[in-house]
Design a protein around this ligand. Structure first.
Ligand code: G3I
Length: 371
């Protein structure tokens, strides 16, 4: 009797442990986006620093389970990699590469040339030759450092105005129109086996799309390599421009390049702006933040319906699409909680603040499985 008692406790504990593990496994047994779409296109997410370092526990489970490609949300931007003239800090970017390697994830580098998030010293460069030296060295050093480690680069990001003309960025002002061709040629030389993309928001809209096609044609005419166009995909609930998106996928593919959806999210909050101009900021009030206590069913259903329609379009054109990347893993992380109005509660992604799949997640899965 004395001996059987502890054995019984040990046996019961094992049973209990088994049941807890079984429950945990059951909770984790949700479909996997990367598996469901594995014969169609890659499925990705933008990762922030807590996710790269494993501090975000919900994301730590979701990332390897759901995605096969990742984009650094911030750690490969110029202000992070190149804070001081000629001094590079690759530590965080390298940590992302190591994380991706551990979990067998491809990496899209974001981004080599962007007018925003530049290190402060760049704005102080007066001399054109010095500016060109910064431009050349930055692309060469960063693309070489990550060559063989990233599978694609957003070489130039957001170089167009809404009417399709070139944005009067610091690069255009100092270097002239030629800077886009130069950037792609420098990137191709430094990273010969990396896919090279032009990336923008609203470039599914006809005027901006026409500008984007001009950029592709100019690059080709100049003998530069461009492999794809990134349509960022920052869209708004109930107003996703499905027709323009489908036409754009077809028209970009007709130029002989791949299409990637690079920063997908659907903003459910009232907003006066479209696209993703990070410089736009407004003050909010209670009316601008209506879902602090949760999302009404009608909005939840609309979000699921919008995502389902989008994925049906992506599947129809899967031969043209390399990857679909969400701009974040779950709602708590999304930049849309702070843009263009800070401190709101937004719900733009497929996983909620606890990392649980939303109706929109199942709608995306069903778009593939219940055709
Ligand atoms: O990490 C610092 C933190 O240490 C500091 O205390 C805090 C104070 O402001 O700032 C933190 O950095 C912020 C960073 O996000 C991480 O949260 C930056 O200020 C903020 O500017 C940065 O915003 C990013 C934004 O680009 C500008 O770089 C967003 O995370 C990122 O989602 C967003 O991504 C862009 C794409 O690169 C290009 N397309 C549009 C897209 C959405 O704006």
């Amino acid at each position: 009797m004395k001996k059987t008692y502890p054995i019984c406790i040990a046996f019961c504990s094992l049973l209990l442990l088994g049941s807890v593990t079984a429950q945990k496994n059951k909770a984790q047994q949700i479909p996997s986006l990367k598996e469901v779409f594995k014969s169609d296109f890659l499925i990705g997410a933008a990762l922030n620093w807590p996710q790269i370092t494993g501090k975000d526990r919900a994301a730590a489970v979701l990332i390897p389970q759901q995605f096969n490609t990742v984009t650094p949300e911030d750690v490969m931007k110029a202000e992070r990699l190149h804070p001081v003239w000629g001094t590079y800090d690759f530590s965080k970017g390298d940590q992302l590469i190591a994380y991706a390697k551990r979990h067998k994830l491809q990496v899209n580098g974001h981004t080599l040339v962007w007018h925003s998030q530049l290190p402060p010293f760049v704005h102080r460069i007066q001399n054109i030759d010095s500016f060109r030296t910064f431009f050349t060295d930055h692309i060469k050093t960063v693309a070489e450092h990550f060559s063989g480690k990233v599978q694609s680069w957003d070489v130039v990001n957001e170089a167009l105005n809404e009417d399709g003309t070139l944005r009067k960025s610091i690069f255009l002002t100092k270097l002239g129109d030629q800077y886009i061709v130069d950037a792609f040629k420098l990137a191709a030389a430094a990273a010969p086996n990396t896919a090279l993309y032009y990336n923008d928001y609203n470039n599914e809209q006809p005027a901006k799309r026409a500008g984007c096609i001009r950029v592709i044609q100019e690059l080709k005419k100049a003998g530069a390599r461009i492999d794809g166009v990134g349509i960022q995909g920052h869209w708004h609930l109930g107003k996703v421009p499905f027709k323009a998106i489908e036409e754009s996928i077809e028209q970009y593919a007709a130029q002989g390049v791949k299409v990637a959806i690079t920063e997908l999210d659907i903003n459910v909050l009232p907003t006066k702006v479209t696209g993703a101009e990070v410089g736009q900021h407004f003050k909010g009030d209670a009316a601008s933040n209506p879902y602090v206590n949760g999302l009404p069913d009608s909005i939840r259903q609309q979000l699921a319906a919008d995502y389902a329609t989008l994925f049906r379009i992506f599947l129809k054109h899967k031969d043209k699409i390399a990857r679909v990347t969400f701009w974040g893993v779950h709602d708590a992380q999304s930049w849309l909680n702070d843009w263009p109005i800070p401190g709101r509660r937004n719900y733009p992604l497929l996983f909620d603040r606890q990392g649980k799949p939303k109706s929109a997640f199942y709608a995306v899965i069903d778009a593939k499985l219940k055709k």
